[in-house]
Design a protein around this ligand. Structure first.
Ligand code: ATP
Ligand code: RIB
Length: 307
């Protein structure tokens, strides 16, 4: 089974500089090589969901430039519905500069461009999408007031809202008011709540923090340690798969998109969906790049059958 997923989010062209080590402040170093590929948290999550068989719709913005055309084509090739992607005449398409060292660690700098120029008015044609979708997923690379408006409308359509608060920013309470599931990584979680994560008690405290704000379902991604989940029906830690990571860019995005493609809207298969999402991201971290490293559903199934 696969869901219908709507993504409200960012679209970036990523340029990756492969380096021996990160430069010190003020230092110039030579890159070993350079590559460019489609990316952006929203676009990566959409592709992860689509490659796992979900019917996927995108709501977002690109510039009226070559990067925008490239990204629209890339999403269409992945069978992502791009009807609700608006073209901005003023701002350029979002870009990201990724520096990746030989240990697979990265630094990312993002230019928001058209993503940050997304407006509530740009949502006017999204009714068709919300009528069809099971889940609406958003991140923090597009303005929060637009996410709040879309989540509010999603609730009117009976759609489950899923927030991946990345990169971490203070959350607009209007967004939380309409969020059903929140999925930060451990750094984002600590920044958002002020609760340092050092074991199950701290994660349960984090779940309480969000529940007090009206969000009952929490997933904290813990890198190679797995995912902690807490819902009104229980909590637990689902371990990650043991693999050798070469580039973790888009691990979180793959997890979110692939997991949501499988999750029942009543969350009764949450552990199974967490295993599926993590198997997908365990394949992503073994390959270079963001979007190019995201696996297809049959590759995830094959890898699951190996265990
Ligand atoms: P990123 O910003 O690098 O895309 P993230 O910080 O949002 O990722 P993580 O918690 O690092 O998210 O990773 C998401 C999931 O991907 C993890 O829960 C885990 O299942 C998988 N993953 C990440 N890193 C590794 C790794 N080194 N080995 C195996 N699985 C990994
Ligand atoms: O999560 C990875 C993504 O973050 C990259 O593709 C980059 O575009 C940034 O948005």
């Amino acid at each position: 089974m696969s869901n219908k997923i709507a993504i409200l989010g960012s679209i970036n062209v990523d340029t990756t500089y492969h380096v021996e080590r990160f430069p010190q402040p003020g230092e110039t170093i030579s890159a070993i090589s350079k590559s460019s590929a489609p990316g952006g948290k929203g676009a990566n999550q959409a592709v992860a969901a689509a490659r796992s068989g979900a019917k996927t719709y995108f709501v977002g913005k690109v510039g009226d430039d070559n990067e925008g055309k490239f990204m629209l084509e890339a999403l269409k090739e992945e069978h992502v519905d791009t009807d609700c992607i608006v073209i901005d005449k003023v701002h350029g398409t979002g870009t990201a500069m990724v520096t990746l060292d030989v240990n697979g660690q990265n630094h990312i700098m993002v230019y928001g461009g058209a993503n940050q120029a997304l407006l509530k008015e740009d949502l006017e044609n999204t009714d068709k999408v919300l009528d069809s979708a099971d889940f609406l997923i958003s991140q923090f690379e597009t303005p929060q007031d637009v996410t709040a408006a879309a989540f509010k409308e999603a609730k009117n359509h009976g759609v489950i809202t899923f927030l991946n608060p990345a990169p971490a920013h203070e959350i607009d309470p209007e967004v939380l008011k309409y969020t059903d599931i929140i999925a930060p990584n451990e750094t984002e979680s600590a920044i958002l709540t002020g609760i340092k994560l050092n074991g199950e008690d701290s994660m349960l405290k984090t779940a309480e923090y969000f529940a007090d704000k009206g969000v009952d379902n929490l997933l904290i991604t813990l890198g190679s340690r797995g995912v902690f989940y807490s819902t009104p029906n229980g909590h637990g830690l689902v371990p990650a798969f043991k693999v050798k990571a070469v580039d973790t860019t888009a691990a979180g995005d793959t997890f979110v998109g692939a997991m949501a493609s499988q999750l029942h809207t009543n969350l009764d298969n949450i552990e199974e969906a967490l295993v599926y999402g993590q198997r997908a991201s365990s394949l992503t971290v073994q390959k270079m790049g963001a979007m190019p490293s995201i696996p297809f559903g049959d590759q995830v199934e094959e890898a699951l059958n190996e265990n």
